[in-house]
Design a protein around this ligand. Structure first.
Ligand code: PLP
Length: 474
């Protein structure tokens, strides 16, 4: 095994034990295989498990807390307690009937990539300190840019998710284009205005426009806001478009925004944290047309690219802009940063010491190929369309509030009264059968399904709708 793995000749291998703190090789293997069994057993029975499970702090801390263990304990008992109590009490984003917020339908090959990185204690900070993982990350960023149809000069960095991806892009936007007013809508994910504030954007430079028709950014409103700011002596700097809003899957008019940003000299950012992967299939690519013209794009592979938490990607189309915003050159990092053509990923975001989030993407893309990813994305888009058809087939019970849009459909009880949606969603979620949430769309209450898990079947959707209708109060 690993015969070609480079070795050095040492006269005395010093009898190094395999585990720093004392487990034998046999125990390491046995416990490792046990972990694989726990994970695969759970994956095989996930359909019978609660889509979401929560307990009180008192209950959970009584089982998981206790005094600091000073003496060694039983690792088998710890693993079992972890699986049975800690890991069962969460939202199971890979459950076929987890429809709330944004599911996390992680694939097993990606999980293997994550495990390998942890097992080899991988660091992806600099070329000199981790040239292998850096080459994997360069490759993965290129593959993702290609999957999205971004220009070949696009560069990227992997971060923890959409929140940090957008923050990274905004820091680059300001470093390239200077400070000034940022434009977004009331449908922009709430982490984005938080990112702007955290970066020191003044409140008067954060322009949150009410979304227009279809809950999309209204181009005329945007144009008017830019003109008003210029007339008031302020400096427009950045437009933040959403490609797939969390609430409804709506895509802002990206082509029009791209034209406006070009004409006005503004940085054009696209938050595709949720919807970006729709570009893997022609119907999604058409819905997202214009995204490839962005200066920066964020997407979250831990949502719709079938990766375990966490991983977000920040892509920037201007070469070396990430480094201009984030590079540091202290004397103690000189030895690891020198090579031509190398990327020091610690110079592309606020994270210096960082694990390799690229390994899981690389592993899963090599295992399944882009083809299987495309099929899985297409399945998510189609499942939301199927849900819309089932809702429209029963107009006495349901009203469609926003149509199926890249994997999300919003709907309401016909003649709904206040509180009914939240109550029905809670009843179904508490039962464990499915996890559904309600939302509010500019004041109108609605239920919402996000259907990006390719394992979800028509029967899953039909039975979830039946149970929601049955759970309607009154
Ligand atoms: C559109 C959008 N942007 C940003 C985020 C924030 O991403 P994260 O939770 O990965 O930080 C989300 C999360 O759901 C999202 O849906």
């Amino acid at each position: 095994m690993l015969e070609s793995y480079p070795k050095i000749e040492v006269e005395d291998p010093f009898g190094v034990p395999p585990d720093t703190l004392g487990l034998s090789a046999d125990e390491m293997r046995r416990l490792g295989y046990r972990v694989v069994d726990l994970v695969v057993d759970r994956a095989m029975r996930r359909n019978q498990e609660h889509a979401i499970l929560e307990a009180s702090p008192a209950e959970l801390l009584a089982r998981l807390g206790g005094p600091l263990p000073e003496e060694p304990g039983d690792p088998d008992a710890a693993l079992e307690l972890m699986a049975e109590v800690a890991l069962s009490h969460q939202q199971h984003g890979d459950h076929p009937r987890y429809f709330a917020r944004v599911p996390g339908p992680a694939s097993f090959a990606a999980i293997l990539g994550e495990w390998m990185g942890t097992g080899f204690n991988t660091i992806a900070a600099s070329w000199g300190g981790g040239s292998g993982p850096a080459a994997v990350e360069m490759t993965v960023c290129r593959w993702i840019a290609e999957l999205l149809g971004m220009p070949p000069e696009t560069e990227g960095v992997l971060v923890s998710g959409g929140s940090l991806g957008n923050l990274t892009a905004f820091a680059v936007a300001r470093s390239e284009n200077g400070p000034g007013v940022a434009y977004l809508t009331d449908q922009t994910h709430s982490s984005l205005p938080r990112d702007l504030r955290a970066l020191g954007w003044a409140e008067e430079d954060i322009r949150i426009l009410p979304a227009g028709a279809g809950l999309r950014m209204d181009l005329a409103d945007l144009r008017a806001a830019i003109a008003a700011d210029k007339a008031a002596g302020r400096r427009p700097a950045l437009v933040i478009a959403t490609a797939g809003s969390t609430n409804t899957g709506a895509v802002d008019p990206l082509e029009g925004i791209a034209d406006l940003c070009r004409d006005e000299g503004l940085w054009f950012h696209v938050d595709g944290a949720y919807g970006g992967p729709a570009a893997l299939v022609p119907e999604g690519r058409a819905a997202l047309a214009g995204m490839e013209r962005a200066d920066s794009v964020v997407l979250d592979p831990h949502k719709w690219l079938f990766q375990p938490y966490d991983v977000g990607v920040c892509l920037v189309t201007r070469p070396a802009a990430l480094e201009r915003a984030f590079a540091m050159h202290p004397e103690y990092l000189k030895d690891v940063q020198a090579t031509t053509g190398a990327v020091n990923f610690g110079n592309r975001s606020l994270e210096l010491t960082r694990r390799s989030r690229a390994l899981k993407l690389w592993m899963s893309l090599r295992t399944y190929g882009a083809k299987r990813f495309r099929e899985a994305v297409r399945a998510g888009i189609r499942t939301a369309e199927l849900a819309e058809r089932l809702l429209r087939a029963d107009p006495a019970t349901w009203e469609v509030v926003t149509p199926a849009q890249i994997g999300i459909v919003c709907f309401a009880f016909r003649g709904a009264k206040p509180g009914e949606h939240a109550a029905a969603a809670k009843a179904v979620s508490d039962s464990g059968f499915a996890c559904v949430t309600s939302t509010s769309l500019q004041g109108q209450s609605a239920l919402r399904l996000c259907t990006i898990n390719p394992l979800t079947t028509e029967a899953d959707i039909a039975e979830t709708l039946r149970r929601l209708a049955a759970a309607r109060p009154g």
